[in-house]
Design a protein around this ligand. Sequence first.
Ligand code: G1P
Length: 317
Amino acid sequence: MTAKAGRSANGGVGVFRTAVVPAAGLGTRFLPVTKTVPKELLPVVDTPGIELVATEAADSGAERLVIVTSPGKDGVVAHFVEDLVLEGTLAARGKMEALEKVRRAPGLLDVSAVIQEEPLGLGHAVAQAEAVLDDDEDAIAVLLPDDLVLPSGVLDVMSRVRRKRGGSVLCAIDVPKEQVSAYGVFDVEVLPDAVNPNVLRVNGMVEKPALADAPSTYAAAGRYLLDRAIFDALRRIEPGAGGELQLTDAIALLIAEGHPVHVVVHRGSRHDLGNPGGYLRAAVDFALEREEYGPALREWLQHRLGPDWDPQLTTYD
Ligand code: G1P
């Protein structure tokens, strides 16, 4: 296991070993494809979103990925299992680039699954991971696979904040006012001794508030570094927004009891893979960066969006 650990370039190692990825949702915003294909396996160009998130976790020092899945969604875990037959065939045919691609996910970190039997909410999903933690793990990372936070590296900053200030550390993005009701929203305070102005103290957190009740425009962006105390808090919360057991409510409970919580405000970009509109933007964004697809896609997009585009004319080249 240790052979795969210690990849963090920026000092994430040591703060957490396990990254939890909740992937038990029905993907209702993505029907009909999610009838048979788990949302987390939809490709961003050619790579499932969950592999991108697993790569981010491994790069920040995670040794183990615990995927919380629902009954029948185990194809998500299969993506991280070695396929020796496929690898052998590709090797025999000299397809070394393809071989490297299929070896990537199984080589990242140790992956295991826990089953969430009923869809009772994100808090309930995260709670399922406690059973597989080692006794000496005092913090976990949680990465929501709908969220791509770019450039990656925010977990490293969050690890440094936990080392300095203790407690739990979350990632925030500053969203437009009219979007706050889609997120967990932070009540924040500037730290008098902050060296990094993007590190803020959190005094409260509320899940999907009405605009009038939102304490700020700083929203949770799907990256959490949580003290093990979260599991005790998760046992004590009641159903909240949407009738679900909310991770936000467990964090709010910890804050109310004096547990230190901070956010790192991420100023880069972020994609929401959880709905077709956000997913398409991510796919185009990633494809434009790829040598083999970028130039032709850019040219086509410029033509498609330009004044000469005529939907009646069909071209075959
Ligand atoms: C979840 C969390 C929310 C967070 C959001 C980020 O909500 O409950 O606090 O801001 O992810 O994407 P969901 O999008 O699953 O409704």
